[in-house]
Design a protein around this ligand. Sequence first.
Ligand code: PMP
Length: 424
Amino acid sequence: MNEDNSRELYDRALSVMPGGVNSAVRAAIEPYPFFVQKGDGGHVIDADGNRYVDWVLGLGPLLLGHDLPEPVQARIQRKASEGPMYGTPTEIEVDLAEFVVRHVPSVEKIRFVNSGTEATTSAVRLARGYTGRNKIVVNQGGYHGAQESTLVEGDAENPRPSSAGVPQSFAEHTLPVPFNDEEAVREVFEEHGDDIAAVLTEPILGNYGIVQPEDGYHEFLRDITAEHGSLLIFDEVITGFRVGGLGCAQSEFGVTPDLTTFGKIIGGGFPVGAIGGRAEIVENFTPSGDVFQAGTFSGHPVTMAAGLETLKFAAENDVYDHVNGIGEQLRTGLEEIVAEQAPEYTVAGTDSMFKVIFTRDGEAPKNAADVKNAETDRWRRIFWGKMKEQGVFLSQNQFECQFVSYGHTEEDVERTLEAYKEAL
Ligand code: PMP
């Protein structure tokens, strides 16, 4: 496989960008990442002309794949040609807000921002402002973006920054508990109940393997937060408009959070985030309330056009049937391969998310500790390269999940399963 151009580009990048990349995980590929020239359906083509079946899909936003259908493309191009943005409201922001409010029952009002990180940052500030409390409960192994309140590890007794640059005094207000552990949540509420502004959780852990909630876990979180006057925030940056279709993961689990953070798919492949929820809470954002929130690019017309047309296309076509069907085929095929060749490993995922986790005992992980205990290094050292050599682009480490798009075909599934067979 010729990779001269990627290698050369990476050398150039290393001399002008930290680690040669603009987002840390992209450099996880060793000895260097491939540089993408363009996308094509469910594939990407790199700077040396190598073609890969792409199950990374920009880390989640590309529900429709790389070839946007004609109405989506046309609307994006029209918006861009009318001048990129204005610093004053536009109709398309209202259109997308109305669409989300119509389809996600817990969302009565929504504020658009520019990334998932910005969405969770604003949601945490909103929860603190609304409740007048300081602390937030998060899950170990949950990811809510590169922000001060959630770059925290350890446990509720000893929270500590997970990154240099985050003061310990910030970390003290964040209480990490294991996913799927009701007792741990009960304990933090017993200890800190009066000062917990919110429980912030991914409905499915999507940045740490893919870990499903056990039956009743989210209902339990709903009840205990309500009992203590705390908010329940679902971070649906990954699951939003992917799991559970247009109703999002909360509709699949039948649980109504107070606030939901969105990102990725809601912007149709352009930079986006959003905070939606009960009107009475969301109204606390400035200017209607006193929780400061603002952004030059927020509600960007080109992003709003891409998001709205993507979601409308999904509503009017067989998008969810297609991506969930391919997801099912992949998971079933992988389960057969794993049963035969590596029964200690586990196939995880739902709807259009999938991952093989290199567990040691064939048990589906229940929390981050279970995933951490997997053969994470093997993924990076051996497995990833063997998949890439065969023209299959998987997420760069054991933790990030993989996605299916409307652009993927059964042929892509077959090719991918063959490659897994070989690599495993
Ligand atoms: N929340 C979750 C659940 C995410 O998966 C991510 C990113 N993968 C974020 C927040 C942060 O989003 P962004 O990278 O757009 O800032």
